[in-house]
Design a protein around this ligand. Structure first.
Ligand SMILES: C[S@@+](CC[C@H](N)C(=O)[O-])C[C@H]1O[C@@H](n2cnc3c(N)ncnc32)[C@H](O)[C@@H]1O
Length: 451
């Protein structure tokens, strides 16, 4: 059988691919079909065929799986945010676990039969952050999400994984932009004013950043009035981003009105400050479970030094540090590192040094300083992982224990190829910080191999 682009055919989904899409086998073709569930008989249309690989679009489910569920969100399948909302939550967890086990096996040669996966306490309304592009036209802006693999903006008035605060905020911002005649940014011509709406809502406190394509002297008073009537505590910022690429914010942010940062307390009673440009885990409750287990992996006993790389505002650092050992925390974003210093001060933490800088440069310096001491290393890098240079620093210095938190298990698996000749994998645990999406957080504990 030969499959050509546009062909309509029936097939049975037999497994899942690395993005959680269904996989079927037709003759010698491997067919990838998003939005399907294992075991389903489906009708699909081939949209792209190369050699024996076919990417197909689901046209009809002929025999649905009992694991199929009706997505709650009206934009599901259109906006590129979620990709697993069509299956039960149990099935989502199974899919994600298989993706991680498969990447570990294929990339790192680590063969595990199983791994524990921790479900998110909330699977809707869990996200505390949004970044929404703005398009459309003057007087009728479109605030939404990018369609999958595209720069088309799908208008979204609400987002189920984010919650009511986001729905209300979108309505307020749209009313303001439309009534003031603010011109949406055009990604082809690079012209227009407003590019993105970025917001974070933690502990009933909102930080709203409007990303403009240049400095603006717009009157924000009507927006402030609307925010005041809906949110108890809110802060408004303008970020100036003239870059002609898809980076959402630049490092130029002006405070316009309201609060300048979020001040809150975590489950352990740690008081923290959060500014708009600082990183904060998007799923507050599931983050607490992740942090608790990570803290458990850094055994205090015998530890003389803890190095926390990619430490953000330092909430996890604070949970982990101890008067019994010296802790160093390295973070590249200035605002986040300032927040970390503020947290140290607010909580009276001792034996902690926050360093603002690049881990690639700072880690060798710290390792040099603490040579000979029993050292635990915590790393929580962005999606690109540690990479060869940082892994080489680690292997040259061999800290006694490594706790690695990863939001991209493919780059984690790649890094393990460098680390595992020197380390034993003691524990791996998955945390579903991102229900309904294909993403998953992985926590790994490595111990220096005894030679
Ligand atoms: C996934 S976040 C983890 C933050 C923190 N561990 C937490 O749980 O909130 C990664 C952090 O690494 C920082 N970062 C990215 N690249 C860096 C680098 N080369 N050196 C230092 N920090 C970096 C980011 O700004 C971000 O705060």
């Amino acid at each position: 059988m030969v499959i050509k682009q546009g062909d309509l055919f029936q097939t049975t989904v037999s497994s899942y691919g690395s993005n959680g899409e269904g996989v079927a086998h037709v003759g010698e073709y491997t067919v990838f079909v998003p939005f399907t569930v294992e075991g389903e008989v489906v009708e699909v249309r081939a949209v792209y065929v190369k050699k024996n690989i076919c990417y197909a679009q689901l046209t009809r489910v002929l025999k649905p799986s009992p694991k199929r569920t009706a997505a709650q969100c009206q934009y599901y399948g259109k906006c590129g945010g979620c990709s697993l909302q069509h299956m039960s939550y149990d099935e989502q967890l199974k899919v994600k676990k298989n993706i991680v086990l498969s990447n570990l096996r294929k990339i790192a040669g680590v063969c595990l039969d199983d791994a524990e996966i921790v479900a998110s306490p909330e699977i809707y309304g869990y996200r505390n952050k949004i970044s929404l592009p703005v398009g459309g036209k003057r007087g009728d802006v479109r605030i939404g999400m990018y369609r999958s693999d595209s720069h088309d903006i799908v208008r979204c008035d609400r987002c189920f994984i984010t919650g009511k605060w986001c729905e209300d905020l979108i309505a307020i911002v749209k009313r303001f932009l439309d009534s003031e005649g603010v011109i949406p940014y055009n990604q082809r011509t690079f012209k227009g004013e407003i590019r993105h709406v970025v917001a974070r809502y933690v502990d009933d406190q909102l930080l709203l950043t409007l990303v403009f394509n240049g400095e603006t002297n717009r009157n924000f008073a009507p927006l402030c009035d609307m925010l005041k009537s809906r949110f108890k505590k809110w802060g408004l910022f303008v970020n100036v981003n003239t870059l002609k690429n898809n980076v959402i914010t630049s490092d130029v942010t002006h405070h316009i009105a309201g609060i300048t940062s979020i001040l809150s307390k975590d489950v352990n009673g740690i008081v923290f400050r959060l500014q708009p440009d600082s990183f904060f885990q998007v799923n507050t409750q599931c983050k607490d479970l992740l942090y608790a287990r990570a803290k458990n992996m850094i055994r205090e006993e015998g530890t003389e030094v803890l190095i926390d790389c990619f430490s953000g505002i330092g909430l996890l650092t604070c949970a982990m540090c101890s008067p019994n050992y010296q802790t160093y925390a390295v973070e590249i974003v200035k605002q986040a590192s300032e927040d970390a210093d503020k947290m140290k001060e607010l909580n009276g933490i001792v034996n902690l040094t926050n360093i603002c800088g690049d881990v690639t440069e700072k880690l060798p310096e710290i390792m040099n300083m603490v040579r000979g001491k029993k050292t635990a290393l915590l790393v929580d890098p962005p999606r690109k992982g540690l990479g060869e240079k940082i892994c080489r620093t680690v292997c040259d210095n061999l800290p006694d224990r490594i706790v690695y938190i990863s939001c991209d298990n493919a780059t984690l698996a790649r890094d393990l190829v460098w680390l595992l000749p020197h380390y034993t994998l003691k524990e791996i645990r998955l945390f579903d910080l991102f229900p309904h999406t294909r993403h998953i957080e992985v926590l790994v504990c490595l111990e220096k191999a005894q030679n």
